[in-house]
Ligand binder design. Structure first.
Ligand code: G4P
Length: 538
């Protein structure tokens, strides 16, 4: 195998997602500890917005500043190169998370045993499902009382709309928690409450071995055997991928297709069940997958380098207006001081200061491979979705915008600074801070966000970075729908009939702004030739 394919196959690029407080930061930290990337617990600063500071977004930005360093955490583990992509903890920045999900090859979802599936997880799972991203689930906080495990599995299936398959199984929970049986490796892992040490595990190939009683007691041993029998009877087998077209699909095939989520149980805080998760993860999680572009399918092992920008992080210091554009390498190898093509500009550029993210440190990168994320210092050259290649003209697909949740008209509050305002809005939208729609009826600009905080961020940044003042005017809208039709006539007719509610997005696509669920439903009923989408890619 060539060096290139070797390097690519050992890469595991993924994100950990969860509802705030389920334990994402703790799990990330423990994975870094196992990977040797950090040596003491507490080294990863949570990018979770502290509850006391939710209205103070400057504070949030300070915390976000910390998170640049932890945006991508790369480390080597047992011959694998792991890249964990961090996602913002605050739901007002959910759009950032959606975009990060376009750059990963798989996802680990953390669920709190006491809370089950929560709102944010449900939403993020929708994005994974759309992209058929392989998903693993870590059920956290087993040291606390929570939902009965079989009930939780049902809940996961129903709420996340994905099949599940436990690969480890808890022995009781809360104060009585004794450990887990690692189904994947046929081992019994006994739990000792400790925040610093990894527990020992005992190989237990045959669960009927009477020694089981000695470790967990008679009652628990009986229950564990019964539970495991039930699991084997109810959930699909999980072993090696199918050998040819004729063999039926195994759980592993289904996982790789995004149809089935293996489930692990543990307690991240107590270091328990995390290594089991990581060991299984590196073995079964996919290495970088082929990526679609408008022109062709790009295979990671292809020699020419290519990648796309999925995130732009601005430095909030007004004296040093600079950004980092995060680029996911989709094929080949990136080399420092080489000329690469910025496809939108149709221009060759050289990146001397690209950074790699290893063990939380940013360092100048000499070479990086498909699957890796590199940071390109940027002074306004990049926008989200931009492609960089060795020379080919490619446009990566699959960076959708989702319908915002909140909308406001943006108005100029200082007539002398109209130019600055427009420039500021343009650049902030390119960075992906929020979405811009222009109403076709009255020409007014509408900003769409996921949460209130983004409006505050925009107002502050317009003033401090562009010297422009804006004011907001409330606008009650339910959803922005991207519309299409096979019939140009039907589309024109719809646009005419709904002209007051038609807008175009930043890419010039038609968007219908529905002011209520009822209006949307009626429009769907009355205009059968029109398809309504809640994301810009369909
Ligand atoms: P997040 O990034 O998903 O928002 O969650 P985070 O890891 O910050 O964890 C949220 C809270 O849950 C933290 O407590 C953390 O210590 C706790 N936690 C994480 N894993 C476990 C676990 O396995 N068992 C138990 N019992 N608790 C767990 P906190 O009090 O909010 O923060 P901190 O002051 O401890 O940092």
């Amino acid at each position: 195998m060539s060096e290139l394919s070797n390097e690519i196959r050992r890469r595991r690029t993924f994100a950990i997602i969860s509802h705030p407080d389920a334990g994402k930061t703790t799990l990330t930290e423990k994975l870094l500890l196992f990977g040797g990337a950090i040596h003491v617990a507490g080294a990863v600063k949570s990018n979770k917005i502290r509850k006391t500071a939710t209205s103070d977004w400057m504070e949030i930005e300070k915390q976000r500043g910390i998170s640049v360093a932890t945006s991508v955490m790369g480390f080597d583990y047992e011959g694998y190169k792991i890249n964990i992509l961090d996602t913002p903890g605050h739901q007002d920045f959910a759009e950032d998370t959606y975009r990060t999900l376009t750059a990963v090859d798989s996802v680990i979802i953390v669920v709190d045993i006491a809370k089950g599936v929560e709102a944010q997880t449900r939403k993020l799972m929708e994005v994974c499902r759309m992209r058929k991203t392989p998903v693993m689930i870590f059920v956290n906080k087993m040291d606390r009382e929570g939902i009965e495990p079989f009930d939780l599995l049902d809940e996961l299936e129903q709420e996340l709309k994905i099949h599940v398959r436990p690969l480890s199984w808890p022995i009781d929970m809360g104060a009585r928690f004794k450990g887990v049986y690692n189904i994947y490796e046929k081992k019994l892992d006994l739990y000792t409450q400790s925040k610093q040490y990894i527990t020992e595990s005992i190989q237990f190939k045959d669960i009927n071995n009477p020694e089981l009683e000695q470790h967990i007691g008679e009652k628990e041993a009986k229950k564990l055997r019964a539970d495991l029998e039930l699991i084997e009877g109810v959930y699909p087998e999980f072993d090696s991928p199918k050998e040819d077209e004729n063999t039926s699909q195994t759980g592993l095939d289904k996982y790789l297709e995004g149809d089935l989520a293996p489930v692990f149980f543990g307690s991240a805080l107590n270091n328990f069940g995390v290594k089991e998760l990581l060991d299984c993860f590196v073995q079964i999680a996919p290495s970088p997958r082929p990526v679609r572009t408008e022109e062709k399918q790009v295979v990671p092992e292809e020699d020419p380098f290519s990648g796309f920008v999925f995130k732009i992080h601005a430095n909030m210091d007004p004296n040093h207006r600079s950004c980092i554009a995060f680029l996911k390498i989709c094929s080949g190898k990136f080399e420092r001081n080489t000329n690469y093509k910025h496809v939108r500009f149709d221009k060759m550029m050289k990146f001397t200061q690209a950074t790699a993210f290893m063990a939380q440190k940013k360092e100048t990168v000499d070479e990086a491979f498909a699957g890796d994320i590199i940071g390109l210092p940027d002074t306004g050259n990049f926008k989200i979705g931009d492609t960089v290649t060795a020379g080919e003209t490619l446009h990566f697909k699959g960076l959708p915008s989702f319908s915002p949740e909140m909308f406001k008209y943006i108005e100029n509050a200082d007539p002398m600074k109209a130019k600055q305002l427009n420039k500021g809005i343009d650049q902030l939208m390119d960075e992906g801070v929020a979405q811009l729609f222009v109403n076709q009826f009255n020409g007014r600009k509408i900003i769409g966000t996921v949460g209130q905080l983004q409006f505050e961020v925009i107002q502050y940044r317009l003033l401090h970075e562009y010297g422009a003042q804006c004011k907001w005017e409330s606008l009650n809208l339910y959803k922005a729908c991207w519309i299409e039709s096979d019939s140009a006539e039907a589309l024109e007719n719809f646009k005419k009939r709904k002209h007051q509610y038609m807008a175009i997005d930043k890419e010039g696509r038609d968007v219908f702004l529905a002011d209520s669920a009822y209006v949307l439903q009626m429009a769907q009923q009355d205009f059968k030739d029109i398809r309504f989408h809640f994301s810009s890619e369909f």
